[in-house]
Design a protein around this ligand. Structure first.
Ligand SMILES: [Mg+2]
Length: 480
């Protein structure tokens, strides 16, 4: 051997000069909310006593409250003890948006640990299977009179191909059939009632991507009329909870409806060709039998996967689906924790696991979902519909997980999306259909760009990084 023994100080010379990881403590948690990316995003900073700040993100369109209830359970703890803290807080997460708080914290902890030790997240996960993450892109379309809807979608998807994307996805569901007489069969009045509730909710409080939404939402925020606010929130709840889960709506697609959807996909394939994978999403609330009928019409169009076709709660129905079609079946963006993927995997109910790291429980849990799926011979694709914080977290997971073949991106048409963060990575982050995962500490993001965030701040909650001291001492005897 030989050479002198390194001192403790010398050993730590490679870590962040500001940091003594062993003495790190979490000191604060704050948020900035923005709209139009294209969905509302809830950005989080987790502060420490050594000047290192971790970036996290609550699930798109969720509530920062899901993270705030965790704050008093984290203050004073060493953020590098990621798994211990995750196990402490995981009982406060749930399916869907309710997984957003735990996931945001978990991602911020990885970012802090990476910055403290000077290591990228992917390296802490065990290293890379690939240098860059394949990105696929959702696609919306403008319907005009001079061409069919399928033709228009085909042309929109072709533009994605020209930008370098190598997997495509589009919606194909009963929404396309709502205005075609005789295309759907349902208990009379149900569809009309659903449409009326949605219209009423949007009128009272438009979704952020609708015209004049910011102005209208600001008016709502500033109203002092409690009765009016109650009416608006009731309308939103009515609209959200009116439609029961897929097996219970009684909606069926008629032969005419199936003809329309098949012709739509035929036209799309006519434009984009047959060589690029094409995934389908947003079928609407219809039961497994309807999906089987539809899948039978679509098999010849080489569908990459059918996404979230039925409710996740019924594994046997998923098994019936996978055994009734050769089209890969995919779900998971609203599933919290690896253990909740197991019932679907156990029965052979999915071909593609599709977790959203902002719901699944964060970085390590999503990696575990990928590894679990691999044991069943199931591929993983990642759902991602939020800011570059989420995109980079997903990219680190993706390159470090063997069976992760693609990650979603919803902001291809949002020109300022890249500018939400400041970094030394490639620009744009999504380049030619891929994200390069850098050898930079943590997620690779240096700072958040408050100018851009302020410009697109949430009309409901426009203040950036406001104190959250009222949550410091939130406590319950929740250990068990
Ligand atoms: Mg989806």
């Amino acid at each position: 051997m030989g050479g002198k023994t390194e001192t403790y100080e010398e050993t730590l010379a490679h870590v962040n000069a500001n940091s003594r990881p062993g003495d790190l403590k979490i000191t604060d948690m704050r948020f900035a909310q923005l709209e139009g990316a294209p969905y509302p995003c809830i950005l989080m900073k987790l502060y420490t006593n050594q000047g290192i700040t971790g970036f996290g993100e609550v699930r798109d369109m969720a509530s920062k409250t899901y993270a705030l209830i965790l704050k008093g359970r984290l203050l004073g703890e060493n953020p590098c003890n990621i798994d211990m803290l995750f196990r402490r807080i995981k009982q406060f997460g749930g399916q869907g948006r309710q997984g957003g708080g735990v996931s945001a914290v978990e991602i911020a902890l990885w970012d802090i640990a990476g910055k403290a030790y000077g290591i990228p997240v992917y390296q802490m996960l065990g290293g890379k299977f690939r240098d860059k993450m394949r990105i696929y892109c959702d696609t919306d379309v403008d319907i005009t009179e001079d061409r069919s809807a399928g033709q228009a979608m085909g042309e929109a998807l072709k533009k994605r191909l020209e930008k370098g994307y190598t997997i495509l996805k589009m919606d194909l569901g009963i929404n396309l059939l709502m205005d075609i007489p005789g295309a759907l069969c349902a208990p009379l009045g149900v569809l009309e009632r659903q449409r009326e509730l949605a219209r009423r909710s949007r009128k009272l409080y438009p979704t952020p991507w609708e015209p004049n939404a910011a102005e209208e939402r600001l008016k709502v925020r500033n109203t002092k009329d409690i009765d009016k606010l109650m009416e608006i929130f009731k309308a939103r709840n009515d609209s959200m909870y009116f439609m029961p889960k897929h097996p219970f709506t009684g909606i069926q697609i008629t032969d005419k409806g199936l003809d329309y959807l098949e012709a739509y996909v035929h036209e799309v394939r006519g434009v984009i060709g047959y060589e690029v994978p094409l995934a389908l999403d947003h079928f609407g609330h219809i039961g497994a039998d309807e999906i089987i009928k539809l899948a039978g019409r679509l098999e010849k169009y080489n569908i990459a996967w059918m996404e979230d076709p039925i409710s996740v709660q019924y594994p046997e129905q998923w098994r019936k689906l996978t055994s009734s079609t050769s089209i890969p079946i995919c779900t998971g963006e609203n599933i919290y924790l690896a253990e909740n993927f197991e019932p679907l995997l156990n029965v052979g109910g999915i071909t593609v696991a599709h977790p959203d790291p902002l719901t699944a429980g964060g970085i390590f849990e999503t990696k575990k979902i990928g590894d679990l799926a691999e044991r069943y011979g199931v591929n993983m694709a990642l759902h991602q519909a939020a800011s570059p914080i989420h995109a980079m977290a997903a990219a680190h997971i993706g390159v470090a997980t063997q069976n992760c073949w693609a990650c979603e991106f919803h902001a291809n048409d949002v020109p300022w999306w890249d500018d939400i963060v400041l970094h030394k990575m490639n620009k744009p982050l999504v380049n030619n259909g891929f994200i390069d995962v850098p050898d930079l500490p943590g997620l690779g993001i240096e700072e958040l760009n408050d100018d851009v965030i302020a410009e697109h701040a949430s009309s409901w909650d426009p203040e950036l990084w406001a104190p959250t001291d009222e949550w410091n001492f939130e406590f319950a005897s929740d250990g068990f």
